[in-house]
Design a binder for this molecule. Structure first.
Ligand code: MV4
Length: 448
């Protein structure tokens, strides 16, 4: 087993990884920017190395700085967390060159899923359902118009280097295709340095349902059930839950099998997530695969009662997966507590937390790196805590979440707590009746 893991990340996930390592008897190294000196991940790790100024490019995204910290601390593995370098194949490759274990898939596996057209081709070959579309890059407006006519409007243009909604354009009629194509190419080029764009049938009012998978180094891939992530705003998830209220036993079997096929197709090693769009007829389509641990992994942990970071470390150490008896008995839901003002377009609200009381009690979990007196820096994402509740049914889980939200006190900055309170009261949400466009029409009631 690894003796010392360097955690190439910050915030709640860095602390989350420190905790599991401690339980496994593995030493930890935190890295931090000058803006993060006071974060709990720095305090609770065995060692901490300052790697630069607040700017991510000069700290958490700097491969030379991270590798220097690996060398001076003599770490034998790196955990990338999520975001930053977690899906950077070049970083995984540099780790391999240094003889350091990158806790995650191989550079080749990351690359296959990072390019969306390559990923889609791989899925088609593996027999995983994908959204009908161009297959490859669109080379001209004329070609785009031809394909759109074949598959029928509306269509969606997507960046092959994309993900997360950047470089995406929906096209409702042929007249709009040229403009949309130019905009998508321009945005993709500027964001990813790759302006390749492809085309798909636009699935209207879909659910976003993802399947957690795990693969070992001996060719075995299993699935660990789904998470419904349809409650999102501008491609930022706000609530995730499992099981999905839209799921049925036969659909879970089909989507689970498809996710396993996806993992097997690339010999996937480690934990990963296969994202699907599910339409109102419960037809599902591969969207993309995330080759990292995700923010919402905690939801699955609560449903199956397993530590996924521990599983991830064991898989990286070459240990085999033994059996698979996925049997969800609990319902779990996560509310992301962001330092944002939901009454004013979710604008960021960094600053000093003057008082902080996190919810407690049976079935309540809070993952956070913050505390009273902590100052949220303005340089990084605005998530300051994850509030996760579990209960035997969805109804009980929502009631527990309402109780836990009432107890969650943060003063000094605005948070998404009021948004979650209002969402929990929404009839359609309570009925499990929602899709990815749900928040487009959700209106916050006035501040009280
Ligand atoms: C789609 C789609 C409808 N049809 N593709 C959003 C981010 C990126 N991962 C892909 N996304 C979508 N792709 C087809 N063919 C709708 C979305 C989409 C979406 C997907 C999941 C969750 C929220 C979303 C919000 C808007 C659009």
């Amino acid at each position: 087993m690894f003796k010392k893991i360097l955690i190439a990340n910050r915030g709640e996930i860095a602390l989350r990884i420190v905790r599991t390592c401690k339980e496994m008897g593995i030493k930890t190294v935190a890295v931090y920017s000058t803006a993060d000196r006071e974060s709990l991940h720095v305090r609770f790790a065995d060692e901490a190395v300052c790697i630069g100024p607040p700017s991510s490019a000069e700290s958490y995204l700097s491969i030379p700085k991270i590798m220097a910290a690996v060398e001076i601390t003599n770490a034998d593995a790196v955990h990338p967390g999520y975001g930053f370098l977690a899906e950077n194949a070049d970083f995984a490759e540099v780790c391999a060159e240094y003889g350091i274990k990158f806790i995650g898939p191989t550079p080749g596996q990351i690359r296959k899923m990072g390019d969306k057209i390559t990923a889609k081709e791989t899925m088609i070959a593996a027999g995983v359902p994908v959204v009908p579309g161009s297959g490859g890059l669109i080379e001209s407006t004329a070609q785009g118009l031809e394909i759109a006519k074949e598959i029928g409007y509306p269509v969606i243009l997507k960046a092959t280097a994309g993900g997360g909604g950047k470089g995406m354009r929906i096209v409702w009629e042929p007249e709009d295709l040229e403009n949309a194509w130019n905009q998508a190419k321009q945005e993709a080029g500027a964001s990813f340095g790759n302006d390749g764009v492809y085309i798909e049938k636009f699935i209207e009012e879909p659910r976003h349902i993802e399947i957690q998978i795990a693969g070992d180094q001996h060719g075995k891939v299993i699935h660990l059930g789904e998470r419904d992530c349809s409650i999102q705003r501008r491609h930022q998830k706000l609530v995730e839950e499992s099981p999905s209220p839209f799921m049925t036993k036969p659909l879970r079997k089909k989507m689970g099998d498809a996710a396993i096929k996806a993992g097997e197709a690339i010999n996937y090693e480690g934990v990963g997530t296969v994202e699907f769009l599910v339409d109102k007829h419960r037809k599902f389509y591969f969207m993309e695969m995330n080759t990292r641990i995700q923010v919402e992994h905690t939801v699955t942990e609560e449903v199956i009662d397993h530590d996924l970071i521990k599983e991830q470390i064991k898989l990286a150490n070459g240990e085999p997966i033994s059996g698979n008896n996925y049997n969800p008995i609990m319902h779990a839901m996560e509310c992301r507590i962001n330092a944002e003002d939901p009454y004013h377009g979710f604008r960021p609200s960094p600053g000093n937390i003057t008082s902080f009381h996190s919810s407690k009690g049976h079935g309540v979990r809070v993952d956070t790196h913050v505390y009273a007196g902590y100052t949220i820096p303005p340089y990084y994402d605005s998530m300051i805590a994850k509030l996760i509740c579990r209960a035997r049914t969805r109804e009980e889980c929502i009631k527990k979440m309402e109780r836990a939200l009432d107890e969650f006190i943060v003063e000094g900055v605005k948070t998404t707590v009021p948004f979650h309170k209002q969402l929990m009261k929404n009839e359609d949400f309570r009925a499990g009746n929602f899709h990815t466009g749900f928040l487009d029409t959700f209106e916050m009631k006035k501040e009280d």
